[in-house]
Ligand binder design. Sequence first.
Ligand SMILES: NC(=O)c1ccc[n+]([C@@H]2O[C@H](COP(=O)([O-])OP(=O)(O)OC[C@H]3O[C@@H](n4cnc5c(N)ncnc54)[C@H](OP(=O)(O)O)[C@@H]3O)[C@@H](O)[C@H]2O)c1
Length: 382
Amino acid sequence: MGYLLLTGATGLLGRYLMRDLLTAGVPLAVLVRRSRRKTPGARVEAAIRSWEEMEGRTFERPVVLEGDITQPDFGLTPDQTKWAAENVNAMLHNAASLSFVSTGRHAEPWRSNVDGTKHALEFCRQANIRKMFQVSTAYVSGIRDGRVYEHELRTGQEFANPYEESKVEAEELVRDCKHLDSVTVFRPAIIIGDSKSGVTFTYHNYYVMLELAHKLTEQLGSQDFTGRGVANYINLDAKSEWNKNLVPVDWVSAVMSHVITHPEHHGQTYHLTPRLPISVRLMRDVIEQVNNLYGINFGKPVKIENNQSLALELFHSHSEVYSSYWRADSIFDSTNTQRAAPHLICPHVDRDMLVRLSEAAIENKFGWKDPVVDEPAKVLGA
Ligand SMILES: NC(=O)c1ccc[n+]([C@@H]2O[C@H](COP(=O)([O-])OP(=O)(O)OC[C@H]3O[C@@H](n4cnc5c(N)ncnc54)[C@H](OP(=O)(O)O)[C@@H]3O)[C@@H](O)[C@H]2O)c1
């Protein structure tokens, strides 16, 4: 069996995929870039040690390649590309920018999502990798009413933000690529933490609002006679009855790993979406509950010109960035997913689960501390 090359292994979904694919015995190579403080070898070692501590078992180390998807050839040396040509037979392209705002096509999210996918495809050509698993998003549907099917992509829809449009272009590039024999596309809905442990490693989407509300109440919050903080200065620019589609990361990774390890399911598009969405009202209620607040309003944020605190200013500007997130979701048909993985039912994100996940995020201070490692994982060719 050849290696599977995973990009984005240090992110939320990537770390779960690394755990699940290694557990399934898939020979794994990961493409990881340097962070400000850590080498790719140290980052991968720390991520795997985290799993070892959490699960009380040991994992094989994947082959680590230092690379950046925004660079041609991923910035790999000819020797590393040669290794890939000799050993890798499939790519799981998961790395992306989740930025909702952009200053133009030269910037994020286009740079990572479109240019990065072009580089991934060119790398596949050079290394003769003919099987691709592409991580897209359910929100390639853009702003649409009604039911969205897995076979649909461009239907004349408008997009709420450049992220969605960049992911459509990335999907199109992969689908149109002539030197691939097999293309499997995964389209998750909004990914949240682990359905059981509440663990998450990065904090996007729902967590951004949770964190903003948390910081704001820490700074401004004063409790009234009810013993709870009054948050009537916070406005969620949404309608309470709108639905959102949230999926726990452990389920997304389990379904993807199942599909990847069962070739009869390759070549399809999979909506990794929940059977039941949840309402924005429930999300608001949970944000209030875990922060011991009440009074968060729905509607456009109102600027209080005098005495506007920095925290409130920050809240409003972040709310603007995420305004495209607060809309009524489409209904996602997931026939292919249910057919391929009938035994993997998406855990329903109910109030209890969302509370657990939100409390875990607050407890971890919206971050994650990996164990300190003295011996980094070996990086190929380093
Ligand atoms: N989170 C969601 O709600 C959601 C929903 C639907 C679909 N998705 C898709 O799921 C995939 C994974 O998302 P996620 O939630 O796991 O995001 P994440 O936690 O932000 O992880 C993103 C990963 O991509 C890597 N990456 C970004 N730019 C890179 C570059 N230039 N070179 C190398 N690696 C790069 C990051 O590396 P660093 O650690 O070095 O930054 C990180 O490993 C993405 O394709 C995303 O579009 C996510």
